[in-house]
Write a protein that binds this ligand. Sequence first.
Ligand code: PLP
Length: 458
Amino acid sequence: MSVPTAAVDRSVCAPLPVLGRDVRVPLVTGGEVDYAALDYAASAPALQRVWDDVAAYAPYYGSVHRGAGYLSQLSTDLFENSRTAVAEFLGCREGDQVVFTRSTTDSLNLLAAVLPADCQVFVFETEHHASLLPWRGADVTYLDAPRTPQQAVGILERALAGRGTSPSGSTVPALVCVTGASNVTGEHWPVRELAAAAHAHGARVVLDAAQLAPHHPVDIADLDVDWVAFSGHKLYAPFGSGVLAGRSDWLQEAEPYLAGGGASRQVTRRADGGVDVEWHTTAARHEAGSPNVIGVYSIAAACRALTDAGFDSLVEREQSLVTKVLDGLGEVDAVKVLSLFGDDVPRVGVISFVVDGWNSSHFAAALSAEYGIGVRDGLFCAHPLVRTLLGGDPQDQGECGAPDGEPGERSLNAIRVSFGAGTPDEHVERFVTAVKELVRDGARWNYRTENGRCVPAV
Ligand code: PLP
């Protein structure tokens, strides 16, 4: 996977309009500024176009699948067309299914629930907890953190080569779970190479695209992965839906993830008083209950909006912002940008760093209170990875206001800045200026700890 890093003619692509772009926030030092939302990796703002599409549909909202009325039929059409739009966005293959879930976490837990008997799971310890934890009921192997993309492939190949066989002598099924882009470092993972290695050993692959899909086209056939999972709220569609797309066999051979209406085709009472169920064999099998029509429709709207805007030029523009942030942070000696793979591996607009002599929570609080910039501090639901990158104990959060180490010493948690298709240049420029000023001059306000977080002492 390659990401263009060339200089960009800004006229090529402006930021896409997003909700909240005009929101003003107060500064502790007086006055107010436009809020700079630089926490896209957690949740991205809704694209204006997604909001407009949802608003245009809302009066026509109706129950899907079971209603006889006009609006129910219209909503059912939109719901099923959304499935097709997502399948196209992901380049799904013939026979792939798109299952609508609540989020990436939900999608990966669904896949964990349909693993065939004796399935072995392989996952790098560097994953987000949503990718790390759902497999704990299975035979899971946690792979050590690689320090290069090539090492990642080598580690996986060695693990798969030592894979077990069933009592009958056949190789047991296996699943490899890999992230497309890290939610801590933003670095791309060698998905295509890992998928090739997995397939060469008869294993399947699920791609956690929570951080990749909002920043870069994902093509399931081209990457040759078996499943892709992502969340609407990170893809500019924050209405509570997610996606698991890919091969249908494991999904259709397993019991439904949730039992209930919508998943069942027919339910009959048995002579012995029990109940027999015939489950659907389509995606509906795992979508029991009344579906989140607005959430699903908003994801399809986001897919259309990104495609229509020209995803490649969005990538190109985002890369110019990545360069701006990395160059700016690189000019500050006290700042250390976190990286697993080193400078040669491309990143999406997700960058974590620590500042010598600063508690990360204190630094993030000052960015917010004094500059109107919203970033995130902490361990980003990837404790083993952050522990590897910082070499510290993530349980120990440090005290607000008291630097968690002398210059040169390790920090206990990190600061993450993340951005995307709706981010104006001014937001990242303000961020870089703020980092430089805070490091040079210190905070202009006093802060205190409240419920484990730093807040302005007002
Ligand atoms: N995977 C990655 C890489 C993530 O960054 C996240 C969320 O930050 C998730 C999975 C979980 O996503 P969600 O909270 O939408 O389920």
